[in-house]
Write a protein that binds this ligand. Sequence first.
Ligand code: NDP
Length: 329
Amino acid sequence: FPEDLPSSATQIRVEQTGGPEVLQAVETGLPEPGAHQVLVESGAAGVNFIETYQRSGVYPMEAPFVPGSEGTGTVIAVGEKVESLSIGERIATCEAATGTYSTHFLVDSVKAVKVPDEVSDEQAAALPLQGVTAHYLINSTYRVSPGETVLTHAGAGGVGQLLTQLLKNRGARVITTTSTPQKAEIAQRAGADYVLGYEDFAEKVKEITKDEGVSVVYDGVGRDTFDGSLASLAIRGTMVLFGGASGQVPPLDLQELNRRGGLFVTRPAVHWYLRNAEERAWRFSELFGLLTEGELRLDIGGVYPLAEAARAHEDLEGRRTTGKLVLKP
Ligand code: NDP
């Protein structure tokens, strides 16, 4: 453990689950890396919807805990068995071993990727989780082909804008939904071909597709959109439920899939699509490649001081944000 390290870290800790106000800053000692881990001084952390589910108790967590799995920064100490990284290197991850809502965090060296010099801290904190999600959804959960028509919700959101851009890059036709005219403009700028409101979106999807329906729906809104998403699918279409920004979807009668045309349903999560070094390298090299070539644009919709993590959660849950939210220590 190098001797010239800072003596303390600031963390945002949840002592008890609840509203955004339970996100409180505390001073603590520096975490010490295990044999295969590195200690990172944070440059920025990404805010993701999952942390609101964890903070509020929708996804059970053992308290106290520090939220956040996504962040970037500089390696300041390495475990004794780490060979792939050294002190001074910039890394990013969406699989941190300790919470990234902190000035310092630990990550297993195999789960950290090196960040190209031309990528800023905000970008390196913004890309990993939402980028990998958009990447696995269109490549691995359901592989979209050029010319296919796809429905994806919340097109001005973090995942939404990245999904739309990757889908357009693939040559697909993108239909999306947003809740306000301002958000509709942002979704259009990301490349969406059709931007709908949430009212009667299924009927409009049927009109656009001349009654065929779409071959796949990527739905991260959940409770409020799930039925309409099923109704938007073509025969044998695939329903990808990847989140519940409006609430969790109640249990589903499987006969419903038969009645609606032999549909497929899946509920993926990012860790099932980062299963080994090859998968991680493939997804990150494509994402960083597209970013540095200017083929992928990151919309950083808000940069909040770490101590104001509660405000970031309020804004995200209050549907007031577009693009990606980032915390700066
Ligand atoms: P977003 O930036 O998309 O923010 C959520 C958006 O959802 C809102 O801005 C809002 O857009 C829309 N929304 C619709 N209904 C509601 C509601 N009742 N309350 C709040 N928001 C609502 O967030 P992210 O990009 O971070 O995440 C999007 C979804 O993807 C989340 O459900 C998240 O859990 C999921 N996710 C899943 C992953 C996985 O691997 N399974 C990984 C990463 C994210 P509008 O106002 O336009 O409707």
